[in-house]
Design a protein around this ligand. Sequence first.
Ligand SMILES: Nc1ncnc2c1ncn2[C@@H]1O[C@H](COP(=O)(O)OP(=O)(O)O)[C@@H](O)[C@H]1O
Ligand SMILES: [Mg+2]
Length: 292
Amino acid sequence: MTRCKSVWVVPRETFLLVDSQTLPYIRLTVPPPIAAFIVARIIAIANQKGGVGKTTTAVNLAASLAAAERRTLLVDGDPQGNATSGIGVPRDTIGETVYDVLLNPDRIKDVIIKSVQFRHLDVLPATPDLAGAEIELVDQDERELAMRRALDHVRDEYDYILIDCPPSLGLITVNMLAAADALLIPLQCEYYALEGLSQLLNTVHLVQQGVNPSLGIDGVLLTMYDARLNLSRQVAADAREYFGAKVFQSVVPRNIRLAEAPSFGKPIILYDVASVGAQAYMGVARELLDRK
Ligand SMILES: Nc1ncnc2c1ncn2[C@@H]1O[C@H](COP(=O)(O)OP(=O)(O)O)[C@@H](O)[C@H]1O
Ligand SMILES: [Mg+2]
């Protein structure tokens, strides 16, 4: 390691470790951020199946983008609040949440928690209250547009807004898809992974035909990949055949460090930056930056 000013430069040139007084953070060596007036790309991380790596992807991709000095907002769209706790927002510091924002979109700026773990990472937190929003929204006009209205207030303050969707295709997910420019679909490398996607793609189609014609698919991310298993390799090959270049080159392997990190309230790059899981998510972030 060599020291230059206050920055520790780590060999292998993958990233810089910066030790600020308050929050240590890691900066990816990627091109400098583009002009600040560009509005955020809003990406919904969705798959109606639970346990496929949505939250892990939302938290770690958001952290990697923030480490690359992209102004990033992580929206926790799941009543389980796993993204909120996983990124390190303590439960007892949460006041209003995404639930309040869905019912009062104009309040979003008061609800966002600034600079969580990284200077450039803000969080819109969720708690179990959010489950009630599905029911309360039903009676509202244009009920599927609440999230879009809310994000319109802050879109010019970020480069990326990542939304962790719940494992269902209900009104919350539809709100998130209506607000998004694109979807990122985590695909767990296991049996029936692709078959489960037809329901999601149907919902995407309905949203495209209705409230959000420009909704695209930014990428399919292979998660929990185990190169020793024929099955993993087969799912990866099928996904690449079906989705082509939309499948990220970076593949997230099964990695115990990724599963451990949330219980410490840390994204993987702060928990174990050398782990294969951290390297994978930094690779995904780099691909996303190259695509923009
Ligand atoms: N690549 C991975 N390797 C090992 N464990 C993982 C990996 N990705 C996710 N997990 C773990 O699997 C479980 C489900 O992941 P999660 O991201 O919560 O899925 P979802 O949000 O789709 O329900 C969590 O316990 C998480 O820590
Ligand atoms: Mg989740």
